[in-house]
Design a protein around this ligand. Structure first.
Ligand code: KIV
Ligand code: ZN
Length: 521
């Protein structure tokens, strides 16, 4: 396949993806995500918006230092201050990209920027050439591109290229376009912009109408050679185009879309899991990475599958890294076998402390539960990685639930090294548990989400609980698993609370920062 059919994958999970409510990630989580993205074969990783917050600046700096293959990128508005912050955060990397954008639709220019089209033209010229003096890899985006006047768009794209942009990104910022219209936009740019062959055209689609992936693929078919997307499709509002869907659509329908990406698809499930652990759970029926994506329930389908898998399977679970759930280990399995198993499951760079803690939990689980599956083990390791950094930990919990009595929880917590106890009643056992935590560590957060999923099947299955909390506009998500749903609930809440404490502690920028709320994208 010739190079002209190579599609560059630009991931924005840690920038646009992080703009989803509840998806903010800690520095450690971003580093873990970057490592798997680097291995996955992502071409460009947009690691954050350095001017937006000290956390973003720190993350972009740290990520720029660790990537081996992928090119790190930072976002900036059309301002020298933003571009300088980007440069400062990225400059440790041998190669890096500065991505600068400005709104170009009549609506945005008038109401958001309060600028005339001429002023926007000046800003494009100035910002792109300024960035180009700092790196030869400059990407420029016309925000709200799909609602921009087409003649104006041709003019500004030509200007951005002549000012030094090597990649021109056309965002469907509000998820408004449809495939036939987007095809026309990309084809018009290809046909009418005189210097278009000097740049790579990119697409960046939001999913407000559920069309982000379809629109991105329409853009590719019309000549775009970079797709901006996120793992699990997370992103502002209804999200961005899902990376795993774009890549697997191209791979599965290569007869109609003869393009290639450098993605090692066998790592998609692992990448999805790492991102969902840091953000929020993936819906069960999500294409490619949902729990049910390869599950065949109807008898008639199962019968077909037994005769020939292709009857109902357009891609194999193995091709995206889903291994058949196997009955793995029992209570007699040793530490060595456990470590091997973790390797098999893709946990390669975890510390001995995490392995030790997960192994201890595995032994307890194997005593309680007849069958220990791969998913159970993965849940234990994920839990151990989170608990590693907590400053508040659950020491013990007793819950009195059932009919008649008010439900009560007796709890002991380790709060910054001090052991504290309480007993509280509540409107149900979970309410009593959360009240205990509030009494032992007084705080004022709103519970936004409480969700329970079974990790595997059967009444002895572990439950994974996800909790999202909010404090002064900041949200964090915690997850925990246990065969006891109430213990998992306490740990999930504590995990979200521990993350909130880390977030609170990150104050005062190394450079002048602005809040994400101000950036208006
Ligand atoms: O959706 C959008 O317009 C963006 C740009 C900053 C590329 O995210
Ligand atoms: Zn976006």
């Amino acid at each position: 396949m010739s190079d002209k059919n190579k599609i560059f994958i630009f991931d924005t999970t840690m920038r646009d993806g992080e703009q989803s409510p509840g998806a903010s990630m800690s520095l450690e989580e971003k580093i873990q995500i970057s490592r798997i993205f680097d291995e996955l074969g992502i071409d460009i990783i947009e690691a954050g918006f350095p001017i937006a917050s000290p956390g973003d600046f720190e993350a972009v700096t740290a990520i720029s230092k660790i990537l081996k293959n992928s090119i790190p990128c930072g976002l900036s508005r059309a301002s020298k201050k933003d571009i300088d912050a980007c440069h400062e955060a990225l400059k440790a990397a041998p190669r890096f990209r500065i991505h600068t954008f400005i709104s170009t639709s009549p609506l945005h220019m008038k109401h958001k920027l309060n600028k005339s089209p001429e002023q926007v033209l000046d800003a494009i010229k100035e910002s792109v050439s300024y960035a180009r003096n700092l790196t030869d890899d400059v990407e420029w985006s016309c925000e709200d591109g799909t609602r921009t006047d087409m003649d104006f768009m041709c003019k500004i794209v030509e200007l951005a290229i002549s000012s030094g942009a090597k990649t021109i990104n056309i965002p469907d910022t509000v998820g408004y376009t449809i495939p036939s219209e987007f095809t026309k936009i990309i084809s018009t740019l290809k046909n009418k912009v005189p210097n278009i062959d000097k740049a790579i055209l990119s697409v960046h689609c939001h999913n407000d109408l559920g069309l982000a992936v379809a629109n991105s693929l329409a853009g590719v078919s019309a000549g775009a050679r970079q797709v901006e997307c996120t793992i699990n499709g997370i992103g502002e509002r209804a999200g961005n185009a899902a990376l795993e869907e774009i890549v697997m659509a191209i791979r599965t329908r290569n007869d109609l879309m003869p393009y290639s990406t450098g993605i090692k698809t066998e790592l998609l499930s692992k990448a999805s899991k790492i991102v969902s652990n840091a953000t929020f759970p993936v819906q069960f029926n999500k294409a490619i990475v949902g729990k049910n994506a390869f599950a065949h329930e109807a008898g008639i389908h199962q019968d077909g599958m037994l005769k020939n898998r292709e009857t109902y399977e357009i891609m194999t679970p193995e091709s995206v890294g889903v291994k058949k759930t196997s009955l793995v280990m029992g209570k007699h399995s040793g530490r060595h076998a456990f470590k091997e198993k973790l390797n098999d499951l893709g946990y390669v760079d975890i510390t001995d402390d995490v392995i030790q803690s997960a192994f201890g939990k595995f032994k307890i689980l194997a005593d309680k539960k007849k069958h220990v599956y791969d998913d159970d083990i993965a849940a234990l390791v994920d839990d151990s990685m989170v608990l590693d950094k907590n400053v508040i930990n659950l020491k013990s919990l007793k819950v009195f639930a059932g009919t008649g009595e008010p439900q009560r929880a007796d709890m002991t917590l380790d709060v910054y090294g001090e052991v504290k106890k309480t007993s509280e009643t509540g409107d149900g056992p979970v309410d009593a548990i959360f009240k205990c935590i509030k009494v032992l560590y007084p705080h004022d957060v709103k519970l936004q989400l409480y969700q329970v999923h079974a990790v595997t099947e059967g009444t002895d299955a572990q439950a994974t609980v996800s909790v999202r909390i909010e404090e002064k506009g900041k949200t964090t998500v915690g997850q925990a698993s246990d065969t006891d749903t109430l213990v998992a609930s306490a740990n999930a809440y504590l995990s979200a609370l521990n993350k909130m404490i880390i977030k609170r502690n990150k104050t005062n920028a190394p450079i002048e920062h602005e809040t994400k709320k101000m950036k208006g994208i």
